[in-house]
Design a protein around this ligand. Structure first.
Ligand SMILES: C[S@@+](CC[C@H](N)C(=O)[O-])C[C@H]1O[C@@H](n2cnc3c(N)ncnc32)[C@H](O)[C@@H]1O
Length: 203
C-alpha cells in the first residue's frame, strides 16, 4: 500500500524556502530536517542540494512511512532514510552517528506542537551544530505581542481550538530560547502568506 501523504502547502512554499536556503546553507555538508512531515519537502530540497546529504526525520511513524514512499517515487542518492526524532527529547538518534550536521531545517513545526518541541529543537541545535552551523525555521510568528495579519490570528485560534498547547509563537520568545542555547539570530526574512524565515547561526 502506498503510504504517501500530501500537504498542499509544500507545493506553494517550497520555491520561496529554497531561495532562502540557497542563500544561507553551504552547497556542501550534512543537513538534518526536523519534522519532515510527508517528505515532499525532503525529496524536493535533496535534489536541489545534490552535493549535500539530506537527513529527513519525524517523530510520527506514519509520516516516516510517507517519507520512504516519496523517496521511492523521487529517488535521490543524497536522500537518507527518515530518522525517528522527537525534537523535544534531549538525545536525538543522529547524535549516535559519526556525522557532523552543518545545518538543521525545521518548517512549520513549532506552532503545531507543544512549546517543548521548540525548546527541544533549540537545545538540540545548540548541542549538535558546529560553530557557524545554521538553524533555519519557517512559519508564522507574532511580533512584539501582535499577530502580523488577521489570517494568522484566525489560524492561531484554530490551532489553539485543536490543541491548547499549540499556537503561533512570539518571535522574540523563540529568539530568546535560541540565544539561551548559543544560537545567534542571523536574519529574519518576510515570506509569502505572512510567514517568516528565521535563520540562526551557532556561536
Ligand atoms: C504541519 S506539519 C509540517 C511538516 C513539514 N515540515 C511540512 O512543512 O509539510 C508538523 C510536523 O511536525 C511534526 N512534529 C510535531 N511535534 C514534533 C516533535 N516534538 N518532534 C518532531 N516532529 C514533530 C509532526 O509529526 C508533523 O510532521
Amino acid at each position: 500500500m502506498d503510504a504517501k501523504r500530501y500537504a498542499p502547502a509544500t507545493q506553494r512554499n517550497r520555491e520561496p524556502i529554497l531561495e532562502v536556503l540557497q542563500k544561507y546553507l553551504s552547497p556542501q555538508g550534512n543537513i538534518l530536517e526536523i519534522a519532515s512531515g510527508t517528505g515532499e519537502h525532503a525529496v524536493f530540497f535533496a535534489s536541489r542540494f545534490p552535493d549535500c546529504q539530506w537527513y529527513p526525520s519525524d517523530r510520527d511513524a506514519e509520516l516516516r512511512a510517507s517519507i520512504i514512499d516519496w523517496s521511492k517515487e523521487c529517488p535521490a542518492d543524497n536522500l537518507h532514510s527518515p530518522l525517528e526524532i522527537d525534537a523535544s527529547t534531549d538525545n536525538w538518534s543522529i547524535e549516535t552517528a559519526d556525522i557532523t550536521i552543518n545545518a538543521i531545517v525545521n518548517i512549520n513545526m513549532i506552532h503545531i506542537s507543544p512549546y517543548s518541541a521548540c525548546e527541544g529543537l533549540m537545545a538540540g541545535a545548540g548541542r549538535i551544530l558546529p560553530t557557524d552551523g545554521i538553524l533555519y525555521l519557517y512559519g508564522p510568528y507574532k511580533r512584539e505581542g501582535k499577530h502580523t495579519s488577521s489570517s494568522n490570528e484566525a489560524f492561531d485560534k484554530s490551532l489553539r481550538d485543536q490543541n491548547s498547547q499549540w499556537g503561533v509563537r512570539q518571535l522574540e520568545d523563540v529568539i530568546a530560547v535560541a540565544e539561551a542555547n548559543n544560537l545567534a539570530l542571523k536574519q529574519v526574512i518576510a515570506m509569502p502568506a505572512n510567514n517568516l524565515s528565521v535563520v540562526f547561526s551557532k556561536k
